[in-house]
Design a protein around this ligand. Structure first.
Ligand code: NAD
Length: 384
């Protein structure tokens, strides 16, 4: 068993998700590589020490650069805010470390391209953490589309709706500050929908977008794990990212796309949904019922046609044989375990499984175009 020694930067929401996935991976998958939770990094020594103990790491550090000098670290896992991704990833690539980076890959396409070039030049394995690709139902939808069950694809419809910042007293955390996040719902939520669309339908040809910021000032504060936050004072600051975004898309294969992302959709906690309509059938999927999908097929007999619910927990559904018997559901955390399994296989075979930094760059080209179009109102071509 080859040990893959991980150095992970960031220890809150994604730090917890990634730590859990590395720990559980050998429990469920029989791979020839095994991740070792070597060192976790954070800037605050007391907090990172506590996180290290709770999340099960062998050691901690307060400076990520020190990890790059060590020969007992094979992977750098980046779970920090978006403005840090490029600097850490490029330095890690130059130090010869494999890289798993959280999404969105960078602050803009220019940065993302530099990151992709750096990993290619260094020859290291790279992946971006678009975990929703690794939901068994999503992988099964890919199989159905590839086998022609939906026929020619006409429509891809995506909504990614949340509501956790609707209270005007919810603080101005890093996700609402452009200099740290790059964008709001666009990079945070719509980047996931774009990844699913590129995976399931194909490349984008042109886009037009619109966005709005409903609450323009908020009290200052910090993220406090998950999507919770704490206020750090009375002072107000400007929200300079989008609270909601919508986009229309033409795909290269002729399909039409309609995308919407919002943090102002009351009652939607993590409403990540897609619908695909083809010449022979349609599919619906919703993350809040992630183990199931709805399939309509024209091959069903007349009188019995209608959307049928498929529980994607049978052995024939991707990844599920690694877990439980049929009908014994899995959850959010398993999407990361499946992703880590692909990353470990990539390290064994020296290949970078998709979604990798190339996907992150192509995704970022689309994010930039929607952002630009939202200001100008024009349609923008994507130069793939
Ligand atoms: N795949 C997903 O579904 C998903 C979900 C949530 C977040 N994310 C992405 O993961 C990344 C982290 O988000 P999060 O929700 O875990 O954020 P978070 O605020 O919960 O945690 C961020 C961590 O980074 C640390 N940090 C902040 N600035 C830093 C710096 N300059 N140098 C070193 N460490 C620093 C913080 O101390 C904290 O440990 C972001 O890129 C975000 O877009 C992805």
């Amino acid at each position: 068993m080859n040990k893959v020694r991980i150095g992970m930067i960031g220890y809150k929401f994604m730090g917890k998700a990634h730590s859990h996935a590395y720990r559980d991976l050998p429990f469920y998958f029989n791979l020839d590589t095994e991740p070792v939770l070597q060192t976790i990094v954070g800037r605050n020594e007391l907090e990172v020490k506590l996180a290290s103990e709770k999340l099960g790491w062998h050691s901690y550090d307060t400076n990520w650069r020190r990890l790059l000098e060590r020969d007992d670290i094979d992977v750098i896992d980046i779970g920090t805010p978006n403005h840090t991704h490029a600097e850490i990833a490029i330095a890690a690539a130059e130090a010869g470390k494999h890289i798993l980076c959280e999404k969105p890959l960078a602050m803009n396409a220019e940065e993302a391209l530099k990151m992709w070039k750096a990993v290619r030049k260094a020859g290291v394995v790279h992946m971006i953490s678009h975990n929703y690709r690794f939901v068994p139902a999503i992988q099964y939808i890919k199989k159905l589309i590839t086998e022609g069950v939906l026929g020619e694809i006409y429509h891809f419809r995506a909504q990614y709706l949340q509501d956790w910042i609707m209270d005007p007293q919810f603080p101005l955390v890093w996700r609402l500050r452009k200099e740290i996040s790059g964008s709001g719902t666009l990079g945070d939520l719509m980047s996931h929908s774009i990844d699913l669309a590129r995976f399931l339908v194909g490349e984008f040809k042109e886009v037009t977008g619109m966005m709005n910021t409903f609450i323009k000032q908020r009290p200052l504060g910090e993220m406090a794990g998950g999507l919770s936050a704490q206020l750090s004072g009375e002072q107000l600051g400007k929200v300079d990212v989008d609270d909601a975004v919508a986009a229309l898309v033409r795909f290269e294969n002729g399909a039409l796309g309609v995308f919407e992302a919002s943090r102002f959709a009351k009652g939607n906690r993590n409403g990540n949904r897609i619908e695909i309509n083809g010449s022979k059938g349609s599919i619906r999927w919703d993350m809040e019922s992630m183990n199931t999908l709805q399939l309509y097929s024209e091959d069903d007999p007349a009188g019995m046609q209608g959307f049928r619910m498929i529980h994607c927990t049978e052995d024939v559904h991707p990844y599920t044989a690694n877990y439980w018997p049929a009908g014994h559901i899995i959850g959010y955390e398993h999407t990361f375990i499946n992703l880590m399994a692909e990353f470990m296989r990539g390290i064994s075979t020296n290949t970078s499984p998709s979604p990798n930094f190339e996907d992150g760059y192509r995704n970022q080209l689309i994010l930039d175009a929607i952002d630009k179009s939202s200001a100008s109102g024009e349609w923008i071509k994507i130069h793939n």
